[in-house]
Design a protein around this ligand. Sequence first.
Ligand SMILES: Nc1ncnc2c1ncn2[C@@H]1O[C@H](COP(=O)(O)OP(=O)(O)OP(=O)(O)O)[C@@H](O)[C@H]1O
Ligand SMILES: [Mg+2]
Length: 250
Amino acid sequence: MIYLRREVMEMIECQNVSVMYNNEVEALKKVSLTIMGPTITGIIGPNGSGKSTLLKAILGMTRSTGKISINGVSSKKMLKKIAYVAQKNLIDLSFPITVRECVALGTLPNLGLFKSVRKEDWRRVERALEVIGLRKEQERQIGALSGGQFQRVLIARCLVQDADYLFLDEPFVGIDMVSENIIIKILKDLKKRGKTILIVHHDLSKVEDYFDQLVMLNNKIIAVGATSNVFNMQNLKRAYGENIFIDRSE
Ligand SMILES: Nc1ncnc2c1ncn2[C@@H]1O[C@H](COP(=O)(O)OP(=O)(O)OP(=O)(O)O)[C@@H](O)[C@H]1O
Ligand SMILES: [Mg+2]
C-alpha cells in the first residue's frame, strides 16, 4: 500500500461576504478573498473601511452573508483554532488579576467553563511569558503595566491558546518601536512554526517589511495577494484617495 503524505495547506476563504450594520452601513460589500498560510497577512485600508468587520465576520462575531470557510470547513466550526486580540480590548485594567493569571485565561477555550488551569497549562503560561519577555513582571497587576507591556500580555495569551490562526486588530497602536519589533519577531517565528496570522494595520511604512500578503479594503476589495503585487500607488490611491503619502524614512 502506498501512503501519500497530504500536505495541509492552511487556507481562509471568503466568497461574496457582505456585512450590513443597522440596515444602513454597508461595511463589507461582496468581499471575496483567499488567504493561504502559513503567512503573515496585513489588512489595510482607511478608517471605516471594514478591516475590523472582516475579522469579526470570519470569527462569526458579526452577521454576514456569503460564505466563509477555513480549510474548507465553515469558520464557525474552527473558532477554537483562532486566537483573537480585538482592536480596543475590553479587559478592565482595574480588574485585580496578575499578568500571569491574565495570560492563563488563554488556556480557557481548551478547558471549558469552571475547570481550573492545569499544571501543564501553567508551564505553557511560563513559556509564553518568557517568549514575550515579561517573566519578571508576571506577578504584577495588569493595571500596573505600560500600554506596550499590556499589548504583549495579550499576545502571550494568544500563544498559550495554541491556536493555528492569530487575528490581531491593530496590535501596535500606542506602543513603541522596541515593543513593536519584539512582537513582530515573535509573529515571524510563529509563522515559521506553521501559524497563519492576520493583522489589521495602519502604518503603511512597515507594510513591505511585515507582510507576505495584503488585503487592501475600502468596504470592497481593492486588491488582495502577495504584498509585492498589491502594494503600489495605483491601489493605494484607490483605497485611500489621491492625497496619500507614505513616509518610508526611519
Ligand atoms: N457595531 C456597529 N454598528 C454599526 N455600525 C458599525 C458597527 N461596527 C462598525 N460599524 C461601521 O462599519 C464600518 C466599518 O467599520 P470597521 O470598524 O470595520 O472599520 P475599520 O476599517 O476597522 O476602521 P478603523 O480603522 O477606524 O478601525 C464603519 O462605517 C463603521 O462605522
Ligand atoms: Mg478597526
